[in-house]
Design a protein around this ligand. Structure first.
Ligand code: FES
Length: 128
């Protein structure tokens, strides 16, 4: 197709909207390091499978405008597996499917933090 046939409207970005694409965005660290690495890793503790489980559960519950993403290292490896939920920037540590399901049902659906899994981070402990 020559340039003169390109529809300029097709090249424009969609109109801006005040409405966010996702109402809630979850980032699960699924970074994996070798098991002997001194920092450890969330992926080495099963976070990838647990993140996928959370996705499947969210889909099974028909939750819309929620995105659950795999993410790289979030620099709090010794606390992992970890995830963070936006827009609140709420950090959680999780270990198993029950933890992930509780975060989904209580925090994401019910709007109530899961206190037993909240990760409070001392900025001085974050690896630079
Ligand atoms: S490997 Fe998950 S926070 Fe670093």
């Amino acid at each position: 197709m020559s340039e003169e046939h390109v529809d300029p409207e097709a090249c424009r970005p969609p109109p801006a909207s005040d409405e966010p694409v996702y109402r809630i965005h979850v980032f699960c660290c699924t970074n994996a390091r070798p098991p002997t690495h001194w920092r450890g890793s969330c992926g080495g503790k099963g976070s990838r499978e647990l993140c996928d489980y959370m996705c499947r559960l969210a889909m099974a519950l028909g939750l819309g405008r929620i995105r659950i993403n795999h993410a790289g290292c979030m620099n709090v490896c010794s606390h992992g597996p970890v995830l963070v939920i936006y827009p609140e920037a709420a950090w959680y540590r999780f270990e198993n499917e029950n933890d992930v399901a509780e975060i989904l049902r209580s925090h994401i659906i019910g709007g109530r933090r899961v206190e037993r899994l909240v990760l409070s981070i001392d900025p001085d402990t974050i690896h630079g």
